[in-house]
Each structure stands twice: as C-alpha cells, then as structure tokens.
Design a protein around this ligand. Sequence first.
Ligand code: DX5
Ligand code: ZN
Length: 223
Amino acid sequence: MIIAPSLLAANIGKLAAETIRAEKAGAQWLHLDIMDGHFVPNISFGPEVVRVLRPLTRMFLDVHLMCSRPEILLESFAKAGADQMTVHVELGDRVTPLLWKIKALDKRVGLAINPPTSMSHLEPYLGQIDLLLIMTVNPGFGGQPFITETLPKIQQASEWRREKKIDCRIEADGGIDFHTAAECAHAGADTFVSGTGLFKRRNFRAALRKMQKIVDAQARSRS
Ligand code: DX5
Ligand code: ZN
C-alpha cells in the first residue's frame, strides 16, 4: 500500500522544503498535479518545478496531467525527472498514442478517470498501463469532499484486475483522509493520494503513519 502526498496542498512558497518534509515523514511517492487552465479550471505547476525538486528527493515522482494537450508536455516532464505520467481517459482517441509515448520515454504509464466518466472507456487500455487513477473528486482543486459514488468504480477496477490478471496499481485521488482511505482500501485501492489530509497537518509524519496503518490493516483483511 502506497500513500502519495499531493504537493498541491503544500505551501507553494516553499515547495523544496515541503518536498523534503514529505520525504522525511516517510513518503515513498510524491504526487504532482499538473493543471493547464483548460482541462480543469485551475493552473498549478509545470516541468520546471519537477526539474528543481528532482535532485532534492529519492521519492517516486507521480505526475498527474490534468491537461488538454499532454502530448506537448510529456517529453519535458520526462526530462525533468518524472517517474510516472498519468493522462486522462477523457482525451478519447488520443489516449493510445499518449500511452505509447509515455512508454517510449521509458516512464511508468498511468491512466486517470473522472467521476462522471463511465468505466467502460478504460477497458481497452487495461493491459497497457501501470496505474489506474480513479478520481474521487472532480479534478481541479485540492480540499474537496470525497465523492462516495466513486467507490464502486474502485471495486470494478479491482475486479477487473483479479479476473483479467492485470498487474496495475489502483490509485484513489481526491478527498482522501483516514476514513475515506479505509473505504478506498476496502474497495480495492492500493495507492492513495492525499493533499489536504497530510500537508495541512502540523504533524505530517504522524498523519502519514496513521493513514499507512489504516490502509495496511484493510489490505490484510482483504487477503
Ligand atoms: C485534484 C487533484 C488531487 C488533489 C487532492 O484535482 O488531482 O491530486 O491534490 O487533494 P486533496 O487530498 O486535498 O483532495
Ligand atoms: Zn492528482
């Protein structure tokens, strides 16, 4: 079970220190939300931020591209030091070439789905991805309440993974706190993005440990 703190909830004026804080707290992954002001109504960071943070940490850099034209950004993020790049299934016909391009750049491949999008759109890509990101809020902003109706999507992904013998992680993203992390883990998620639930806490380390214990316990009860 992996917890990926989301840098979107960090103090934006101190991204380097915040990255180090996450790693010192024990995080193995760092989630970076890239927003283009078009796919979502917000703008966050670009490849330059990844490039500056890369030498500061050994954490796995999990780059989530909420962008209408990720094709023009993949190479820059790869060069900047991303370990994984996730694009959205809502991009339709462009998904296949995008997945291939990420693979050609020798990075881990992720595919994300928004709450209103039907899971059937994901099926053609299941054998081609390392991670399936299920949005548990509508993308664009941190600090939103978890949408409970997304839990069956996690269950569906988990069933597909078992039935089709697919080897990919299932990541829940948005509104993850201790309670919703447990619900997502129970539904079959193994990777949890949490911004507000970790960065906005005074004791990051204690919060991360507690969340890890909660999801690990769910994993044990599922197996
Ligand atoms: C939302 C982003 C999330 C966000 C989660 O558009 O994809 O990764 O940072 O933040 P919290 O945990 O605050 O909901
Ligand atoms: Zn995200």
